[in-house]
Design a protein around this ligand. Structure first.
Ligand SMILES: C[S@@+](CC[C@H](N)C(=O)[O-])C[C@H]1O[C@@H](n2cnc3c(N)ncnc32)[C@H](O)[C@@H]1O
Length: 249
């Protein structure tokens, strides 16, 4: 019993800190904090080495612009912060995102990379099917998209290029080569995460940074594929579902 409790505790402590949980409790109440705690437990290592974001993008004097639009983005505050750090630290000129949803992360990336053009791809409005197998969760996400994007009406909108198409058949010549930062967050089946990665890799600038979302239990295809290519310098980012291939790995 004691051993069981202590092994559960060590799993929890390895993924989050009591201070973070206390902050969550104060900000969002007990039920939300409990849900986040459960999530943190599920975020235990899945095969890839785990690094804190500041180890992947070593200390710099970064001014971040953060917005955490809750249900309008797939990221929580830790995920949004890590994306902002990656964008600000790498000073990209060309960013590609696969999976726009309502545009929250496209806006975040643009806001933290003031010299970048952000290309962001999603299935065309109204599309409810795809070329490769999708997960059930992906189908649900596709169904709740909205036409209006969060970046509309912002100063960043003029640097955001919205692309429509299925990433399996889309012609990425529209984006070109020399991508400095890519964020792969489209469909989450094994087939799609592999397709999206293989489409993006040859178009990256040498040393460019790739981030993937959803390296966690609900998406075993993402875990499987990223573990397969893990020896190319991939690392999971502590306290998030993100995986990164940074030049520094
Ligand atoms: C998790 S959401 C992206 C969330 C967004 N990056 C954010 O955090 O604000 C995934 C998006 O990928 C899109 N998607 C799913 N399958 C796709 C495909 N085959 N090609 C392009 N986009 C796809 C969905 O329509 C959905 O909007």
């Amino acid at each position: 019993m004691l051993a069981d409790t202590s092994s559960r505790l060590s799993k929890i402590i390895s993924v989050t800190t009591p201070l973070e949980m206390a902050g969550l409790w104060l900000r969002r109440g007990r039920r939300e904090a409990r849900r986040e705690w459960d999530t943190a437990v599920r975020l235990r290592p899945r095969g890839l080495p785990r690094y804190a974001i500041e180890a992947l993008f070593p200390a710099q004097d970064l001014q971040l612009r953060l917005a955490c639009p809750g249900r309008y983005a797939s990221q929580d505050v830790f995920g949004m912060t890590c994306l902002a750090v990656a964008a600000a630290a790498t000073r990209p000129r060309k960013i590609l995102e696969i999976g726009t949803f309502r545009g929250a992360t496209a806006l975040l990336l643009a806001a933290n990379a003031p010299e970048a053009t952000v290309y962001t791809l999603d299935l065309p409005p109204g599309a409810d099917d795809a070329d490769l197998p999708m997960t059930r969760v992906d189908r649900e996400i596709v169904a709740v998209r909205k036409d209006r994007m969060m970046y509309e009406g912002t100063p960043e909108a003029q640097r955001i290029v919205q692309l429509w198409g299925d990433s399996a058949s889309f012609d990425f010549d529209a984006v070109g080569d020399g991508i400095d930062l890519a964020f792969i967050d489209g469909a989450h089946s094994y087939e799609y995460v592999r397709n999206d990665t293989e489409k993006v890799l040859p178009r990256m600038r040498p040393g460019g940074v790739i981030l993937w979302d959803d390296y966690w239990d609900p998406f075993p295809g993402v875990i499987r594929y990223l573990n397969e290519i893990g020896d190319r310098g991939l690392a999971a980012v502590v306290a998030t579902r993100l995986v990164v291939r940074a030049g520094v790995c």
